[in-house]
Write a protein that binds this ligand. Structure first.
Ligand code: GTP
Ligand code: SPV
Ligand code: MN
Length: 595
């Protein structure tokens, strides 16, 4: 039964039903009874496996198809009327042409299946900054994930109201999961998303990257706010005051880990604490006091499993202990639990690989010798997180003191530096580069430019996106957050990471916050303000000396001049909408480096 009187929603759902002709239509109200029935059904068909309910209450395991394990950037499109509005970084097709191509694929594709209608709210219900979407899908996996990742059901419909047409229409169909037929298409001018032939997270949980970044970034540009691929964390000082930091790192480059970090002993004993507001996406608006405020539009964490363990990220591990969906991890058959590389040093022998094949000896057949897929994930409710911020549901968000950019750079970028001012900070973000990871299909470990970690997620022309950042800085004036860049991933000659990372990244955050308060000096270099090595607290760190820190902070001008060339190439590729100010920043940096 339909759950709303909103005619715009009803008409569109009817249109979807007529197009895809499912045998049944079920509206998702978000009730536990309904979700329980769907879980039971998924167990019965084998779509999901119930895990050990004593050790992992409410947890389930799911395998995707082997050819469907990550985002597919080559098959992701931004369809605007004018090609220039999508820009050269995005794949583009004319909206009508795209629809003509996809409609035959959608036609009748839910015959024999059930279509679930999921109303969902991005952001806390009741927040003036929240936005509503409706996703139709033929996947129970999608319904159960959306329940964890967003606020689904009646609350979302309440947020929308009976009259409003302001919701994002998301149509997802598994079809036959064919790679050639896989399309992830955003129509930003129509608030619409079409996804077909995939069952993997980022391609099908349409509230996440498709809406909360691609569509929302476009809405933010039109409406004067920002949708960014950023975590949000709070550092609580011993006096009880909390400062908030947002940080953009590319996929699988450490957002979830930083957002949930556990302060090292030297800070913990003084009473410092870290609180998580978000681990992947920030929506930021200028508040009444003129400062920038961030909300997390999501309600859960879709985190990378490999590497998560009791030492690296105990908060994340704890968060996944109940009510969690595990995707493409290994199945430990001894006690019906899960395993992934880096969980501990004992891969189970009586187990199934992430593909479902039984483990046979020490050689894993599935993929690169790994028992779990490198992009295997957990979908875990935010409420499980031991360090969840009490501001998590604050409808007005949290005020942002500092913004941080970063990526995987084996050499060029120092551990941390500060931009000279906002526009230089926008340049620093635009110049981000990182080694690619398993979060998207394609080669891993190749350095590519990834402005603001938004290359795969910006729903419009990247040049206009830089202009929007500059514009936001003008509006914020001297209330703008300070902008920094970090790099946890410098390597030594043997290729080992030099900086310990994880919880110890707090040491760098403390320098950042001290800079924001004007409490610490820095070296003015060609690239920005670099710390004096003594100002990075290394108390209690084994193997890290003052000289190690000096090395991590070194700026090699030749490498940087090389890097400037990379940025020039990027700007040329983006084309003539790159603001003059960005070219001026680039030229000024080249001049400073050449001196
Ligand atoms: P997405 O969910 O794809 O957006 O990823 P993310 O940015 O949240 O990355 P996540 O925190 O899940 O980390 C990805 C990988 O980077 C994991 O394998 C981590 O173990 C590793 N990693 C995270 N932080 C650090 C760090 O400080 N140092 C090192 N060396 N590795 C890290
Ligand atoms: C990312 O790839 O940045 C993720 C996972 O956070 S996905 O939902 O697949 O985009
Ligand atoms: Mn992400």
């Amino acid at each position: 039964m339909a759950l709303t009187n909103n005619k715009h929603v009803l008409d569109w759902v009817k249109e979807m039903e007529d197009l895809m002709t499912p045998d049944h239509v079920i509206w998702i109200d978000g009730s536990e009874a309904q979700l329980r029935a769907l879980r039971e059904q998924a167990f019965a068909t084998g779509e999901m496996t119930e895990l050990n309910q004593e050790k992992l209450p409410g947890c389930v395991l799911h395998h995707t198809a082997k050819n469907d394990v990550a985002r597919v950037e080559g098959r992701t499109f931004i369809c605007t009327k004018n090609k220039e509005d999508a820009g050269n970084i995005n794949n583009w097709m004319d909206p009508e042409e795209m629809k003509a191509k996809l409609i035959p694929m959608y036609t009748g594709c839910m015959k024999g299946r059930t279509m679930y209608v999921i109303p969902y709210c991005m952001g806390p219900v009741g927040s003036p900054y929240s936005k509503v979407g409706v996703e139709v899908t033929d996947s129970i996996y999608v319904v159960l994930n959306m329940d964890i990742m967003t606020r689904i059901g009646l609350g979302a419909l309440r947020q929308l109201g009976d009259e409003s047409n302001d919701f994002v229409r998301g149509q997802h169909a598994k079809a036959d999961i064919s790679e050639e037929g896989r399309y992830i298409v955003q129509f930003p001018e129509e608030n619409a998303i079409w996804s077909i032939n995939s069952g993997y997270g980022g391609n099908v949980l349409l509230g996440k990257k498709c809406f909360a970044l691609r569509i929302a970034s476009y809405q933010g540009m039109k409406e004067g706010w920002m949708a960014e691929h950023m975590l949000i964390l709070g550092v609580e000082f011993p006096n009880g005051e909390t400062k908030y930091i947002t940080a953009a790192f590319p996929s699988a480059c450490g957002k979830t880990n930083l957002a949930m970090l556990i302060p090292p002993e030297v800070y913990a004993k003084q009473g410092y604490k870290v609180w998580t507001v978000g681990d992947d996406i920030a929506w930021m608006h200028i508040g009444e006091d003129g400062r920038l405020y961030a909300i997390n539009p999501e309600n859960g964490f879709f985190g990378v499993a490999p590497g998560t363990n009791e030492k690296s990220n105990p908060n994340a591990l704890h968060t996944t202990m109940k009510g969690t969906i595990f995707t493409n991890v290994a199945h430990n058959l001894d006690d019906n639990t899960v395993w992934w590389e880096g969980l501990d040093k004992n891969p189970p022998e009586n187990a199934q690989e992430w593909t479902g094949v039984p483990v046979n000896g020490k050689e894993y057949v599935a993929n690169g010798g790994k028992l779990a897929h490198p992009n295997s994930r957990f979908t875990a409710p935010a409420v499980n997180c031991p360090c969840l911020s009490k501001e998590f549901n604050n409808p007005n968000g949290v005020p942002v003191t500092a913004m941080v950019f970063g990526g995987r750079r084996a050499k060029t970028a120092p551990l941390v530096y500060q931009s000279f001012d906002w526009n230089h900070g926008v340049y620093v973000g635009s110049a981000m580069a990182s080694e690619t990871t398993a979060a998207a299909t394609g080669a891993v470990g190749v350095v590519r430019r990834d402005p603001m970690a938004m290359r795969p997620f910006c729903g419009y022309n990247m040049g206009d996106y830089f202009a929007h950042w500059i514009e936001m800085g003008k509006k914020l004036g001297d209330k703008a957050p300070k902008i920094f860049n970090v790099n946890w991933f410098r390597t030594d000659d043997e290729g080992h990471f030099i900086w310990p990372g994880f919880g110890d990244n707090m040491r760098v955050l403390m320098w950042i916050l001290a800079r924001c308060e004007g409490k610490v000096d820095a070296n003015e270099t060609a690239i920005g303000y670099v710390p004096n090595a003594e100002d990075i607290n290394i108390e209690g760190l084994k193997d890290i000396t003052l000289d190690t820190v000096k090395g991590l902070l070194e700026v090699d001008k030749d490498l940087w001049l090389e890097d400037v060339k990379g940025v020039e190439e990027l700007y040329a590729q983006i084309g003539d909408r790159v603001p003059a100010e960005m070219h001026a920043q680039l030229n000024a940096l080249r001049d400073r480096l050449s001196k």
